[in-house]
Design a protein. Structure first.
Length: 232
């Protein structure tokens, strides 16, 4: 387990990310591209923010993370889920560089949501994904195209919240803490080390043995993030 800035970030991750319209639009793409894909691996699952809606929709999900605070929140969500859902949702300690032994292969989809940016050797992680996918399965990867413009993301988000009447005192307080931690994260060269343009990630995946892209764009988070869905 790794105790780092993500331990502080866990406190606001669910509270703010789940409220961001830019996050919701990205999550909608994940849900779109996992339709009909029964078994999903959520690698670097964080607080289970994507695992939970997938389980609720009927998928079998195995998620894992290496930060104790993030993982604790995911385990809490799993524990509070209905019994039938808990049987389809496994949450493990593990690192994306070498998937834990408790993660079965032959997955229909593997998710890497905002994971690759803190990995110095992304190809090591992508090979793990390839090895755990069944033929025809998909890898869905999201992340920053470059060091993120936090001000751009938050200014646009706050404008949307105000237009929707959601910019109340509790959200303002939670946002203040979230922005402070996120600013330290995005400026730390040891935390954010790998960025991709969508086309470059598609080329990298193809070179590793993936087949073809089902989706590839750089639209998320107001143009700051890529989204790639690539078939094995």
């Amino acid at each position: 387990m790794v105790d780092n800035i993500w331990t502080e970030f866990a406190r606001s991750y669910d509270a703010i990310c789940s409220q961001l319209n830019c996050y919701r639009r990205m999550a909608a793409k994940v849900l779109r591209d996992t339709v009909g894909r029964k078994y999903v691996i959520d690698a670097g699952c964080g607080t289970g923010l994507l695992s939970q809606p997938l389980v609720e929709r009927g998928h079998t999900v195995v998620g894992f993370d290496n930060n104790p605070a993030m993982l604790g929140l995911a385990l809490g969500k799993q524990a509070r889920a209905p019994e039938e859902a808990r049987r389809r949702w496994k949450v493990l300690e593990g690192d994306v560089r070498t998937f834990p032994r408790g993660v079965p292969g032959e997955a229909d989809a593997v998710l890497l949501n905002n994971v690759l940016f803190y990995v110095r050797d992304p190809e090591q992680v992508l090979r793990q994904c390839l090895g755990h996918l069944k033929p025809g399965g998909v890898l869905i990867a999201t992340g920053p195209r470059q060091r993120p413009d936090l001000r751009k993301v938050m200014v646009n988000s706050i404008e949307e919240w105000k237009a929707e009447g959601r910019w109340d005192a509790p959200l303002q307080a939670a946002t203040s803490y979230h922005v402070d931690v996120t600013r330290r994260l995005v400026t730390d060269p040891n935390e954010m080390v790998t960025f991709f343009e969508p086309e470059a990630l598609v080329d990298t995946l193809r070179g590793l043995g993936f087949s073809h892209a089902l989706a590839a764009d750089g639209d998320d988070y107001y143009g700051e993030n890529y989204y790639v869905c690539m078939a094995r």
